[in-house]
Write a protein that binds this ligand. Structure first.
Ligand code: ADP
Length: 291
């Protein structure tokens, strides 16, 4: 049985669509990424999976259990780490852990082995208030709290947003280790570099699923040759490229502009390999134009 099955799930807030029909299935032990910018609908989807929000239509199952009808049972199967405010800032590290364990009627010592690697790093600060921890340590504690009742499915909503790059890397190492213990993880991120670390990713924007595939599969679908130019004034260069009749699409990309050429135009530009972000930009532009 697949641990996560989502079928045609839709959600609107005040008649405004936050999720168009979304469907996907996740394999056991898979590290599945939900990749999209702010407002894409990631949190809405997580809250539906975590039994905290009702979808307007469609079904979502965790380990074969309906997230609506069997919501109490589902909660024992999942560990949910919301993007913000998942810890009690005034409680210490060990008090937070004990609290989360008590909610699920288990003791910290029962399952500490599961999070031992992570907890070791937190132990020197166990008496410290969660609010006084660094961003990276807070995320580690939040992950421990989400795991303390030994869930088989982890739901992590933007766990690394606003966390420093070193802690972000460490966090992904921990996710890979948990995967080796058989845990299925659904993780969202706005960072495209993190998308490459997932087994499969779903690209989502404005509530619409743009594509679902492996990171390699995604970039292999890039349909054209892609070129790059560096620019000191991105806005000006972008405008001039977009008014060039040989250029098909142009997007800013840090200090560079990535662009494609219209068919049968050959030119002396530097060709580059597309990234997930390039494909995302292309899909989201196609999607905006087709609206
Ligand atoms: P993400 O997590 O990708 O940033 P969200 O799921 O938070 O996306 O939001 C998707 C859309 O739904 C956004 O347009 C957001 O403004 C809107 N939205 C989210 N929650 C609410 C709410 N409680 N009331 C009204 N609109 C909401």
């Amino acid at each position: 049985m697949k641990p996560v099955i989502v079928t045609d799930v839709e959600k609107s807030y005040h008649n405004k669509k936050a999720l168009e029909p979304v469907s996907f299935e996740i394999e056991e032990g898979e590290l599945f990424g939900i990749i999209g910018p702010d407002g894409a609908g990631k949190t809405t989807l997580f809250r539906i999976l975590a039994t905290l929000l009702l979808a307007d239509r469609g079904d979502a199952y965790i380990n074969g259990l309906d997230t609506v009808k069997d919501f109490r049972k589902v909660r024992n199967h999942i560990g949910y780490m919301p993007g913000r405010f998942s810890l009690y800032q005034d409680l210490s590290v060990e008090e937070n852990l004990s609290f989360f364990a008590s909610v699920f009627s288990c003791n910290v010592s029962d399952n500490l082995y599961l999070v031992n690697d992570i907890y070791k790093q937190l132990e020197p600060f166990r008496k410290r208030r969660a609010g006084a921890l660094s961003g990276g340590m807070k995320q580690k504690l939040a992950l421990c709290c989400a795991l303390i009742h030994k869930p088989s499915v982890l739901l992590l909503d933007e766990p690394t947003t606003g966390v420093d790059p070193v802690s972000r890397k460490e966090f992904w190492v921990m996710l890979k280790r948990l995967q080796k213990q058989g845990i299925t993880t659904v993780v969202s991120t706005p960072y495209m570099d993190e998308a490459t670390l997932c087994d499969r990713i779903m690209l989502i924007k404005d509530g619409k699923m743009l594509d679902t595939d492996t990171p390699k599969g995604i970039v292999a679908k890039y349909p054209r040759k892609l070129y790059s130019v560096q620019s000191k004034n991105i806005a000006v260069t972008l405008k001039s490229l977009r008014s060039n009749p040989d250029i098909d699409k142009a997007f800013s990309f840090g200090d560079n502009i990535h662009f494609t050429l219209k068919n049968n135009v050959s030119a002396d530009y530097t060709e580059i390999s597309p990234t997930i972000e390039d494909y995302f930009m292309l899909l989201s532009e196609n999607n905006t134009n087709s609206n």
